[in-house]
Design a protein around this ligand. Structure first.
Ligand SMILES: Nc1ncnc2c1ncn2[C@@H]1O[C@H](COP(=O)(O)OP(=O)(O)O)[C@@H](O)[C@H]1O
Ligand SMILES: O=P(O)(O)OC[C@H](O)CO
Length: 503
């Protein structure tokens, strides 16, 4: 019997392929970055062909490194950067331009027009989302309106839409030769086009964006036998693709947040704090998103509240790549540790406007409270603090909307290797922070969905047993210190507002 489950994690900066054993331990991994295409201020694109090629390569590399073949893999899960939009011709596999990435703000006028025309309320009520550049609906509209021939092709079935899960699934299952065109409920819930109650595309919402229904994928549960990989593809065998989940929902599953009131915070390019609200879609009054959590094979749909923050780890990349203050992400910790505080200076990385809980596309980044005294060490510390203060903002909103007081915060993602950041987070939140032993929770979650659907795992208790704590940080700040620090942050956030004209 095949002893492993595979997972593709098609992320914003890289694509990984991992194999997990029955205990949820990682036994093989390969990872490759792809190009971040930045054609003009506010635009972020990926080349879908490059992403698919990287996906093929990481699968082949990981299998080879582990000395395994596709026949050792019981099932395959796919997890992905959410919202990123690709439109392609299913007859040729050729995309209508590059994929528009979730961080891209070119659709700011589409989003503000929806609000102005009173459609925002309908979108909030039906899809659980505020109109924003972040979600796929506006990005599809932009492609249909701006790429030559795209609208006619979409109307005649010669252009189809997918988020990255759909694109990878279609390619893995045969592409132009019978590739399956489907997505899961979690990814569909990030488009502004799916009705959270019916779990289907909603005609009124489609009408707001002028999107023909026939270009959209079938919506399926997260745990579902979508298709088999083709033997001629990178798996080299027919393996059931049986799990698909947006990456933040993947991490929620990988962190075994299966009961209402359980949640996790992921620290990657952005930060994403999800709280399980069970079978109830809880509307937010505090700027959070109501979104799908997961739906396992044969199970009920589970909802989450989400605090999505656009820029966290990518602010560290900015320190490295744009400012050249550090040579590696790890160096942010070395620098920040050399000072005790930021000298009352704040950095707010509103590079793509501000997401939760503010949803201000007119905001742009600021550094405030600067004096001659400040050094690059202070700047590094302020960048790390900005990650923690943004999390504090969403944690406050989460407590208000859900009434849940977390006993401790489960964390994961690329930046949680930074112990200084984790201590700051505990201090700023006033809540302990706990890191699990398996850091790749995102991929693990999609492996769990696929493994549950194929009988590799039998129940949620088996998965709960796999979760092991690595390290925990206790808050050390006094209540006064925490309050004063947060008051300064709120003032700094106000300074970002009303900077660009979004019509
Ligand atoms: N030691 C560190 N300190 C702070 N940030 C870090 C550190 N190591 C990695 N990061 C940040 O984590 C992010 C990568 O995390 P990852 O989970 O791989 O991202 P994604 O899935 O969004 O591509 C990068 O933005 C990087 O700047
Ligand atoms: O690929 P990540 O980890 O940056 O995640 C991106 C999110 O899914 C965007 O919603």
């Amino acid at each position: 019997m095949a002893e492993f489950v595979g997972a593709i994690d098609q992320g914003t900066t890289s694509t990984r392929f991992m194999l997990f054993n029955h205990s949820g331990e990682e036994v093989a991994k390969a990872q490759l970055e792809h190009e971040q295409i930045l054609p003009q201020a506010g635009w972020v694109e990926h080349d879908p062909i490059e992403v698919w090629e990287r996906t093929r390569t990481v699968i082949e590399q990981a299998l080879q490194r582990a000395g395994l073949t596709g026949r050792d893999v019981a099932a395959l899960g796919i997890t992905n950067q959410r919202e990123t939009t690709v439109v392609w011709d299913p007859r040729t596999g050729r995309p209508f331009g590059n994929a528009i990435v979730w961080q891209d703000t070119r659709t700011d006028r589409i989003a503000s027009a929806l609000e102005r025309e009173g459609k925002g309320e309908v979108i909030r009520r039906k899809a659980g989302l505020p109109p924003a550049t972040y979600f796929s609906g506006g990005k599809i509209q932009w492609i249909l309106d701006n790429v030559d021939g795209a609208r006619e092709a979409a109307e005649s079935g010669e252009a189809v839409f997918g988020t990255m899960d759909t694109w990878v699934l279609w390619n893995l299952s045969g592409g132009t030769n019978g590739g399956v065109h489907a997505t899961d409920v979690t990814n569909a819930s990030r488009t502004m086009l799916m009705n959270l109650e019916t779990l289907d595309w909603d005609d009124e919402l489609l009408g707001f964006f002028g999107i023909p229904r026939r270009m959209l994928p079938q919506i399926r549960p997260s745990g579902y036998h979508y298709a088999d990989t083709v033997a001629g593809g990178p798996m080299g065998a027919e393996v059931p693709i049986a799990g698909m989940l947006g990456d933040q929902q993947g991490a929620t599953v990988g962190q075994v947040c299966f009961s209402p009131g359980e949640g996790k915070n992921t620290y990657g390019t952005g930060n994403f704090f999800l709280l399980n609200t069970g079978t109830e879609a809880v509307p937010s009054e505090s700027g959070l998103l109501t979104t799908m959590g997961y739906q396992f094979a044969g199970g009920e749909a589970i909802y989450c509240l989400e605090g999505a923050i656009a820029v966290t780890g990518s602010a560290v990349q900015w320190l490295r790549d744009q400012l050249g203050l550090i040579r590696s992400a790890e160096e942010s910790e070395t620098l920040a540790k050399q000072v005790d505080d930021t000298g009352n200076m704040y950095f707010v990385p509103a590079f793509s406007g501000l997401f939760a809980p503010y949803w201000r596309s007119d905001a742009r980044g600021v550094m405030v409270g600067l004096s001659r005294f400040h050094t690059k060490e202070h700047v590094a510390r302020a960048v790390l603090e900005s990650i923690c203060y943004q999390t504090k903002d969403v944690a406050e909103a989460m407590a208000k909307d859900s009434g849940v007081e977390l006993e401790f915060l489960k964390v994961d993602g690329g930046a949680v290797v930074n112990d200084t950041l984790m201590q700051m987070q505990a201090d700023i939140l006033g809540t302990p922070v706990a890191r699990p032993q398996v850091a790749e929770t995102t991929a693990l979650g999609s492996a769990y969905a696929a493994g549950l659907a194929t009988g590799f795992w039998n129940n949620l208790d088996e998965l709960r047993e796999n979760w092991q704590e690595d390290k925990r940080w206790q808050p050390q700040w006094s209540a006064d210190q925490r309050e004063a620090g947060y008051a300064g942050w709120k003032k700094a956030v106000e300074r970002t507002f009303d900077w660009v004209d979004v019509g």
